[in-house]
Design a protein around this ligand. Structure first.
Ligand code: GLN
Length: 343
């Protein structure tokens, strides 16, 4: 159930669902409309975007996946889904980029829906990390991935999703299409091929987990589904809608409650908070203080629990693999509105 705040002043009863901007105030038979004064507007986003638009010069576009190295480093975008589901954006809103590791939260959602949390976390940990996203971490020592946010855990999460061949990938793609209400979303074959051809570290993790009995089956189909999910192309607006969805108990930005699930969103937000930005997560929790997930395509999605979704995009990354301008735009927005969980 979504939070509902009741404000009783004399005879005035104000009922305001957390995700709605307009509250109807009932006084006798009369109703009046109160606008959400916290809504973020495009002018605010534009100002923040302009201020941070040079940060890409200090970062580096990911080129360990050769196809990613070809993107325009100067592209930049910032988007918010406000409480009422209205989307406001600034910058390159039409620019598509690959979702990369942000797909891990969708894969986690589906695996937990299908198997239950206990059965998924039987095979991996809830641990935070001081390790980069592609680190083997305790795969070799404890035999299980640290968490579902790093590559090893995410490869396993996807391998757990039921279905033959490409079906698990199709479930992830369809869930992203549902959350964003964008049926045109698809994956980049060029990025997928590039990942598959060069992803030998990921392949190493995959085979270790097969050796440990965590992944069952022949061939590399299950690993290919992971590469494919990372290659899904989205826009910064799509990404803000994903942030909104998990911020609001898996309720879509237009109010669709088909997947509403508080326990599931709590699980995913907690993983985003402790490991969504990899080894930078602790420092990020100190400065931004919100569940977030980054991808090496340059996207970051942020959930302000019970409130809004934020997304930033800029392909030049810092040494942790997080978007540099994206981080600074989020930091500015969050600080200017006191959105940190710990404010
Ligand atoms: N596809 C990328 C990889 O597996 C995802 C990493 C990321 O976005 N941090 O290396």
């Amino acid at each position: 159930m979504r939070k509902t705040y009741h404000l009783i002043t004399g005879f005035l009863l104000l009922t305001c669902p957390a995700t709605l901007p307009v509250c109807s105030a009932q006084l006798g038979t009369r109703t009046q409309t109160v606008k959400d004064s916290t809504a973020i507007d495009a002018a605010t986003l534009n100002r923040i975007l302009q201020k941070n638009s040079s940060f890409f010069k200090q970062g580096k576009v990911a080129d360990y996946i050769p196809e990613l190295g070809k993107v325009n480093a100067q592209a930049i975008g910032l988007s918010v889904v406000n409480r009422d589901g209205t989307v406001v954006s600034a910058g390159d809103v039409q620019q598509k980029f690959t979702i990369q590791s942000i797909s891990k939260i969708i894969a986690l959602m589906i695996a937990v829906q299908e198997h239950g949390e206990e059965n998924v976390f039987d095979k991996m940990g809830y641990f935070g990390t001081d390790k980069p996203f592609n680190h083997f971490a305790n795969l070799e020592t404890m035999g299980k991935p640290l968490n579902p946010m790093m590559n090893a855990g995410a490869i396993l999460t996807t391998a757990l999703i039921k279905g033959k061949g490409e079906e698990p990938f199709a479930k992830i793609l369809n869930m992203i299409r549902f959350i964003t209400k964008n049926p045109d979303i698809n994956y980049s074959h060029a990025v997928y091929n590039s990942e598959r051809e060069t992803g030998h570290r990921n392949r190493g993790m995959f085979y270790l987990m097969r050796n440990n009995g965590l992944i069952i089956g022949d061939g590399e189909e299950k690993l290919n589904n992971y590469f494919k999910q990372c290659s899904i192309e989205i826009t910064v607006e799509d990404l803000a809608k994903i942030g909104f969805f998990f911020a609001n108990h898996c309720v879509r930005y237009d109010g669709n409650k088909q997947y509403q699930n508080t326990s599931l969103s709590q699980l995913i937000l907690s993983q985003m908070l402790i490991a969504g930005m990899y080894e930078f997560s602790g420092e990020y929790a100190r400065t931004v203080g919100l569940p977030s997930k980054s991808g090496v395509g340059g996207g970051i999605t942020v959930s302000v629990p019970g409130q809004i979704g934020i997304a930033a995009f800029s392909p030049a990354l810092d040494q942790h693999g997080n978007s540099l301008a994206g981080y600074h735009m989020i930091l500015d927005l969050v600080q200017s509105r006191n959105l940190s969980l710990f404010y």
